[in-house]
Design a protein around this ligand. Structure first.
Ligand code: C2E
Ligand code: CA
Ligand code: CA
Length: 873
């Protein structure tokens, strides 16, 4: 068995699609193909003329036999690719040499033409018939001429087959020469060395083919039953060939499969390697390469003229079309009801214009294809695209069973890989994005920022807090709060543009990274963002007001001492947060970070993280400061004030750590701790016959906690203390921050019978009229007024009016910060009910407070016959 190499393209003649050739090439090609026809015909006529006419009794069956031989020889091709050019290995020399030895020229020529033109007509490949007929004539006339010449030239003793071999080889050379010429005209290839190599190859293969033919012939004519032997040998060889070819094909199919799967996996990795949708555009570009490679690889393996990959890489993107091989005639995408793209199930479908319905034939014509294999790419729950293979590159044969099989397997591999890829991209996207706003989330921001911080010098991290969200959420339901966050995110995105990394970190907190931006510009942008967010939000028919605070930090504030860029981003976000808090504390809207803020922040951070443990290990204690009635000096109770002796920082003021603790969820634990201690004390005094009340300071967070009143009731029960002996002190700003939320809690506390006091009165905005609406029993005049009374007439006036108005509202008025006798006397003169201050006592630890009671008070009989403690003078 041997082979014959033949370039596909000029053979199949489909490269010469006239519509797409440049006019000069086209003209040359037309001239060439016509010349080939003319020369071929002339040669045929010439040879026929010189040939001795012989009549042969066997001609009747010899003709059809040769036709069959040519058909078979061309059909049993093996396709291989040598340096990107497809070659079909065929066995045409065998019938040719047999024809040379047995039949007259006209019969061989006719057989070749019938076989060649016939199969082309059957497949409706008429475009290059002219050229092909010429080639076929030359392919037969050539060998006969050489054969005639050789019989003349060769010595008489030389066997007939030598001439036949020479003639047949001449035919092989002629077809290679024509093919190379045609290819050169059409594509400018192959170059001379490649053409020579090809010719050499062809000669070797041709020689083998020819020898097989000659041996077969000799065996048939000389050995008895030789033809039967030939049939056996041919059958065995065909079987061998098929087996070998099958193996070869399988192996190459497997290679293709693994290549394609690898390509998809690679593109998937690329997807996985990039953060978020920031880079989606670039990503799609990089991806195209990999898909193009896949299309090329499939085309190569199927020996198709063209492979079209139609991909829907994500549900919203338009279908992407990638073409390998010959471009599609026009770029217009096929219509929705293109019959070729109706793909139920996941089977491969085979269309041939030869036997197709009209609409299919039309769809094929639009693709300039005669046949098409089409398979859908079906993912786990949707259609991901389709693969089309057009026109097998062979003069004789269309797509076969193994092509269908390969395509089916390929499609399922591709679909699975795409599915995985998509899943990966989804997971990746979800991991880096905030589902509510579609902006980045914290990890996404980190990724995007790390990348940019590395590449740009003057960067700035902004942190933006949207306020009054809770009020909106409460008043209108939480979906409105969400809608405001979404709206705010939209405004920020709009103001910053699509290129700026923007994230929602949590709740109404956003972060943005500006690159190549100096302090001045950054501040301007921060102020602009603040304005954008502060504009009213139309929510339903309402217009909701919101406020925002912006903190920013310039990068780098300090040179980073280690290269951990991830940590840097977090630090920057923290610093921006510190700046934001500083702005908020100062009632500012925008503030930049300065390193001194960081020190405070660091300490606060430490305090917050250590507080829980401090509670458990006894570092936190409660101190008590007495409250006495005016003017009688009767001790009414105490205010419980928390103290923390920190192992590193020493004694800490509640003013330092309480606000920090309030910012976390730990304030519950603090309040419970103080309340428990205070109630235990009250219980102890009751057991000793003393009726002293305890005041506990509340934080805003307690008032926002709906379960708080229940916990208070439970604590009162547990310590068996009457509610009247428990006072809660709350600042007016604490109530005002979120009255909607605080009021119900206050009402329930009041209903329990607990005394409610407004602390630090006079420092906030609220009027006494507002107090009327709150279920409170007591006002505490802020110590700053009381302390200033001696020197400032204004302060004195404030204190006086609070006392009077408080009384008119039926409230007990307490003055705190009473340090001097003069102040106490004035308060008595004004009619203030209760005094608290250093004049009476500093806040004292439990033990020292007991000692104070023993040393500074005397037991006396009260108005209702109860025991009271009165301060000694
Ligand atoms: P506050 O509720 O206004 O407590 C009164 C503060 O005034 C106490 O400061 C007290 O030591 C101080 N003080 C009392 N008499 C005088 C005086 O004659 N002159 C001057 N100059 N100051 C006086 P402290 O203990 O440092 O507490 C500060 C703030 O910490 C408290 O202000 C309160 O708002 C908060 N706080 C204290 N303990 C707790 C607590 O257990 N829970 C909560 N949520 N906050 C607490
Ligand atoms: Ca207080
Ligand atoms: Ca106070």
């Amino acid at each position: 068995m041997s082979e014959h190499h033949r370039p596909h393209d000029p053979d199949a003649s489909r490269l010469a699609d006239r519509a797409q050739m440049d006019p000069r090439r086209r003209l040359v090609y037309l001239t060439f193909s016509r010349t080939v026809l003319v020369v071929g015909t002339l040669a045929a006529v010439g040879v026929a003329w010189t040939q001795p006419t012989q009549t042969h009794s066997q001609l009747l069956w010899l003709g059809p036999l040769l036709v069959l031989g040519f058909l078979l020889a061309e059909h049993l091709t093996i396709d291989v690719d040598i340096r990107q050019v497809g070659w079909a290995i065929s066995f045409t020399e065998i019938p040719l040499v047999l024809g040379l030895l047995t039949a007259p020229f006209e019969v061989v020529l006719a057989a070749h033409l019938v076989a060649g033109v016939g199969s082309q007509l059957v497949r409706r490949l008429t475009s290059n018939l002219v050229y092909n007929v010429g080639v076929m004539c030359l392919e037969i006339a050539g060998p006969f001429a050489v054969y005639a010449l050789a019989t003349e030239v060769l010595p008489d003793g030389a066997p007939r087959w030598t001439a036949a071999v020479l003639g047949t080889l001449a035919s092989s050379l002629i077809s290679v020469a024509l093919a190379v010429t045609a290819l050169n005209i059409l594509r400018g290839e192959p170059r001379l060395p490649a053409a020579l190599r090809l010719a050499a190859h062809t000669l070797v293969v041709g020689l083998l083919n020819t020898s097989v033919g000659v041996v077969g012939y000799e065996v048939a004519v000389s050995a008895p039953w030789g033809w039967a032997l030939d049939v056996l040998v041919v059958a065995a060889l065909v079987a061998l060939y098929r087996g070998y070819y099958g193996l070869l094909r399988e192996q190459r199919d497997l290679e293709t499969l693994s290549d394609v799967s690898l390509s998809v996996a690679r593109s998937g990795q690329r997807v996985a390697g990039k953060p978020g949708n920031l880079l989606d555009g670039a990503l799609a570009e990089a991806d195209t390469d990999e898909w193009q490679k896949i299309a090329d690889r499939i085309r190569e393996q199927l020996s198709a003229k063209r492979v079209v990959l139609r991909l829907r890489l994500d549900p919203v993107a338009p279908v992407r079309t990638l073409v390998a091989g010959k471009p599609l005639p026009e770029d217009a995408p096929p219509s929705r009801d293109d019959p070729i793209l109706q793909l139920p199930g996941s089977q491969v479908r085979y269309f041939r214009s030869l036997d197709a319905a009209d609409d299919v034939r039309e769809a094929l014509a639009q693709r300039a294809a005669h046949e098409a294999l089409v398979v859908p790419l079906r993912g786990s729950n949707q259609l991901l695209g389709a693969v089309e293979a057009h026109d097998r590159l062979s003069r004789w044969r269309g797509f076969g069973r193994s092509d269908v099989q390969l395509l089916r397997t390929l499609a399922s591999h591709l679909a699975t890989a795409m599915d995985n890829r998509r899943l990966l991209a989804r997971l990746r996207h979800d991991a880096y994005h905030d589902p509510l706003t579609g902006l980045l989330n914290r990890p996404g921001f980190r990724e995007a920022a790390v990348d940019r911080l590395r590449r740009h010098a003057g960067s700035m991290v902004l942190r933006i807090d949207l306020d009054v969200l809770s009020a909106v959420g409460d008043a209108l339901g939480h979906s409105w709060g969400d809608r405001m966050v979404i709206a705010a995110g939209g405004r920020l995105r709009e103001a910053l543009g699509s290129e700026v990394p923007l994230a929602r970190l949590e709740g109404g907190t956003f972060a943005a990274l500006l690159v190549d931006c100096d302090e001045e510009e950054g501040r301007r942008i921060a102020e602009q963002l603040h304005q954008e967010l502060a504009a009213p939000y139309p929510v339903d028919r309402l217009s909701v007001e919101a406020d925002a605070v912006v903190g920013y930090v310039q990068v780098p504030v300090e040179p980073a001492d280690d290269g951990d860029a991830d940590a840097d981003v977090d630090t920057l976000l923290q610093w921006a947060d510190v700046a934001l808090r500083a702005a908020r504390n100062a009632g500012d809207t925008v503030r930049g970070y300065v390193p001194s803020m960081g020190q405070i922040f660091l300490r606060r951070f430490q305090l917050v993280t250590q507080f829980r443990q401090a509670l458990d290990t006894g570092q936190v204690r409660v101190h008590y400061q007495p409250k006495v009635a005016l003017p009688g000096r009767e001790v009414l109770g105490v205010e419980a004030l928390v103290r923390w002796v920190h192992p590193e920082f020493g004694r800490l003021d509640p003013d330092e750590f309480v606000p920090a603790v309030e910012a976390t969820g730990l304030v519950d634990a603090l309040t419970s701790f103080v309340m428990d201690n205070a109630l235990a004390k009250v219980r102890g005094w009751l057991d000793r016959g003393l009726r002293l009340s305890a005041a506990v300071n509340l934080s805003v967070r307690n008032l926002a906690d709906e379960s708080f009143p229940d916990r208070v009731a439970e604590a009162l029960r547990r310590h068996d203390v009457p509610p009247r002996l428990l006072t809660f002190e709350l600042t007016e700003s604490g109530v005002m921050a979120d009255p909607e939320r605080a009021l119900p809690v206050l009402r329930r506390l009041h209903a329990l019978g607990v005394v409610l006091a407004v602390d630090d009165f006079g420092t906030g905005y609220s009027s006494l009229a507002y107090l009327r609406q709150l279920p409170v029993d007591e006002v505490k005049i802020d110590k700053s007024f009381v302390l200033g009374m001696g020197t400032d007439l204004g302060d004195m006036a404030v204190v006086r009016s609070i006392v009077e108005l408080g009384h008119s509202l039926g409230l007990t008025v307490v003055a705190e910060g009473v340090e001097e006798d003069a102040a106490r006397d004035q308060l008595v003169e004004m009619g203030c009910d209760v005094a608290q201050g250093y004049l009476i006592s500093r806040p004292l630890s439990e033990d020292r407070f007991e000692a104070w009671l023993r040393a500074r008070t005397v037991r006396a009989r009260g108005r209702r016959d109860e025991t009271v403690l009165t301060l000694v003078r």
